[in-house]
Ligand binder design. Structure first.
Ligand code: SF4
Ligand code: SF4
Length: 163
């Protein structure tokens, strides 16, 4: 069920992004309220706005796909620069209530999660499975695309409350 939702991320992002655009640019919703809402959301889920809700993120990702650009490199660069919402939510990746957690008992060390993640694939000091390396899911660049969760064949990565 979770994997099916993740696989529909771009459709969900398109629908929510149109809603956000309407709210801000048609209805005139105050941008400071939007910023406040994203800070609260960031405290709960970390950086989820960019790749699940943001109109600019949706357009940027779509253009890159249509141009056949290297998705990993462009996403990595995009989430390195970001915007105020991305910076704040990215910082909250370490503090958020919900985090991506590994179950080391069921993990077969196939490496599929590290290969699909644009942070660990491009930065050898990061890994979702190697305890001696930095966790990309806690990096401010992690945009909660959840590709790592979707690709895991054993369900060893999942979203969990950080109790
Ligand atoms: S959600 Fe997973 S695959 Fe996506 S950027 Fe974060 S750690 Fe990498
Ligand atoms: S994809 Fe899943 S099983 Fe494979 S290394 Fe990552 S967490 Fe372990």
């Amino acid at each position: 069920m979770v994997k099916q939702i993740i696989r529909q991320r771009k459709i969900i992002q398109m629908i929510v992004a149109i809603g956000v655009y309407q709210l801000v640019f048609v209805q005139g919703f105050n941008l400071f309220y939007l910023l406040a809402a994203t800070i609260v959301l960031g405290g709960i889920t970390g950086k989820t706005f960019c790749r699940w809700m943001c109109p600019v993120g949706f357009i940027s990702e779509t253009i890159n796909t249509l141009m056949g650009k290297d998705q990993k490199a462009s996403l990595y660069n995009y989430h390195k620069v970001g915007c105020p919402i991305a910076w704040i939510q990215g910082y909250l990746n370490k503090q958020s209530f919900v985090k991506i957690k590994l179950d080391p008992k069921s993990c077969t060390r196939c490496g599929a999660c590290d290969n699909v993640c644009y942070i660990s694939a491009l930065n050898k000091e990061y890994s979702l499975i190697k305890p001696t390396k930095l966790d990309p899911a806690l990096s401010y660049r992690c945009s909660k695309c959840l590709d790592c969760v979707a690709v895991c064949p054993t369900g060893s990565l999942s979203l969990k409350l950080d109790a």
